[in-house]
Design a protein around this ligand. Structure first.
Ligand SMILES: Cc1cc2nc3c(=O)[nH]c(=O)nc-3n(C[C@H](O)[C@H](O)[C@H](O)COP(=O)(O)OP(=O)(O)OC[C@H]3O[C@@H](n4cnc5c(N)ncnc54)[C@H](O)[C@@H]3O)c2cc1C
Length: 401
């Protein structure tokens, strides 16, 4: 039996381990953290946003850039850095902000997402794991007709790809999702994708790992930081750690989220990705809270129902290389959520149960790096940016040899 090693047990790594197990490999999954999904996957926005995989670089973001740089939009903080990697990333991001590139990047992501959804349904038939997964649809709330109409062309292109998408009035949307009655601001139109879903990525990873251990004999090693990739002149042969014996393999998949020093230099390029920090909190759901995932386009906030809880995520802080939890930024998230739905997040609701911050490693095109590496037997599945949970299975399928 051929041996495979997967480095990184976030959503991308666990999905890759699943695909390799199915393909008949003896798989070992490694992570420096003590359990699966302790990195960017941990408490993310939880939306399985198949029909809305829009690339970050776009003409509309470009139009907002002056306001972002002047800190007029609380959702963004951009700290310019004199770092060649940051400058290269920024330049490549701007190049991807044209209308043609935005469409192309978005439609590529949508294809991976469509496949991801089909693969998740297939996975759940065989591994009926519980992770508060519900297909309750998603709604994008647009403040003005103009802001919605800008997306008319891409909506039509996504429909042609097979997505179910409709444009509703506020009244029509409120019949489907009564929680919208509590939204205080004007909503000009709502884009509704009934096939979209939400679920807990951390619980999914933990339960799928358990299931793969049981079903396929998946081996795991946590608290194990990989120090080095071992290789011959042209083939990856395994990995080394600081304190324990090296492991050998025929296939090595890197799912460390970000481009890192482990990669051969030929597999890294200047500005290939940059961290965009975000925040989330999880609270007990108010009895009248939304059952549908909601994205507030004006405030750039996402709301996802998770059983009896509600996850809220947002903010995009760009520029810092190392991220830390900034209380004032988390406060901004709380205040923005309260402004969007005061009825659900008022002071009488008490503090959130869990707060979190993580980084989305975003490539200039928003397309993850899913490809063979420069060594035979080496595969990369990195840079999933804002959508790694949604894309995880579709991306992993492409990487399984
Ligand atoms: C605030 C926020 C909200 C988000 N909301 C959504 C959403 O609603 N829907 C969606 O689809 N996506 C969302 N995302 C994006 C999504 O969370 C990420 O794209 C995804 O988690 C990336 O997964 P990953 O497996 O690539 O990386 P990670 O989850 O970071 O996993 C990488 C793993 O590699 C391990 N590792 C790294 N180096 C080593 C080493 N040398 N040795 C051993 N282990 C190593 C790390 O410990 C880590 O566990 C959000 C992200 C953020 C920050």
């Amino acid at each position: 039996m051929k041996k495979a090693i997967v480095i990184g047990a976030g959503v991308a790594g666990v999905a890759s381990a699943y695909m390799l197990c199915k393909a008949g490999f003896a798989v070992t999954l490694l992570d420096e953290k003590p359990a699966p999904a302790m990195g960017s996957s941990h408490q993310n926005g939880a939306q399985l946003s198949y029909a809305y995989c829009d690339a970050l670089a776009s003409p509309s973001l470009l139009a907002q850039l002056p306001g972002i740089l002047l800190k007029r939009d609380p959702a963004y903080r951009c700290t310019l850095q004199a770092d060649p990697d940051f400058l290269a990333w920024g330049l490549r991001f701007l190049i991807n902000s044209t209308s043609a590139r935005f469409s192309n990047n978005t439609l590529t992501l949508s294809r991976i997402a469509l496949r991801s959804h089909a693969l998740l349904l297939e996975l759940l038939e065989k591994h009926p794991i519980e992770f508060d997964y519900e297909i309750n649809g998603k709604m994008l709330l647009y403040p003005t007709l103009e802001s919605c109409q800008k997306h008319a062309k891409i909506l039509e292109q996504k429909r042609q790809q097979g997505f179910q998408l409709s444009v509703l009035t506020r009244e029509e949307a409120t019949v489907i999702e009564p929680a919208l009655a509590h939204y205080p601001d004007p909503i000009a139109s709502v884009v509704y994708s009934p096939g979209d879903a939400a679920g807990r990525p951390d619980v999914f990873c933990q339960k799928l790992v358990e299931s793969l251990q049981h079903e396929y004999g998946l081996k795991t090693q946590f608290n194990q930081k990989v120090q080095r990739i071992n290789h011959t002149k042209d083939r990856a042969t395994g990995v080394s750690f600081r304190d324990s014996a090296p492991l050998e393999c025929d296939t090595l998949v890197i799912t460390t989220g970000q481009s890192c020093d482990l990669l051969p230099s030929k597999d890294r390029s200047l500005g290939d990705m940059w961290p965009v920090q975000g925040y989330s909190f999880t609270a007990d759901a108010h009895p009248q809270a939304m059952q549908t995932s909601i994205t507030d386009v004006k405030r750039k906030l996402v709301f996802a129902p998770l059983g009896k809880e509600l996850r809220v995520a947002g903010l995009a802080d760009i520029g810092q290389h190392r991220f830390q939890f900034m209380s004032h930024r988390f406060e901004t998230l709380m205040q923005t959520a309260q402004a969007a739905f005061p009825h659900f997040f008022g002071e009488d609701q008490g503090p959130p149960k869990r707060v979190w911050s993580g980084a989305r490693y975003v490539t200039p095109s928003s397309q993850p790096i899913i490809r063979r590496g420069s060594l035979a037997g080496l595969y990369l599945n990195l840079g999933h940016g804002t959508l790694g949970w949604t894309l995880s299975l579709g991306a992993a399928e492409q990487v399984a040899p």
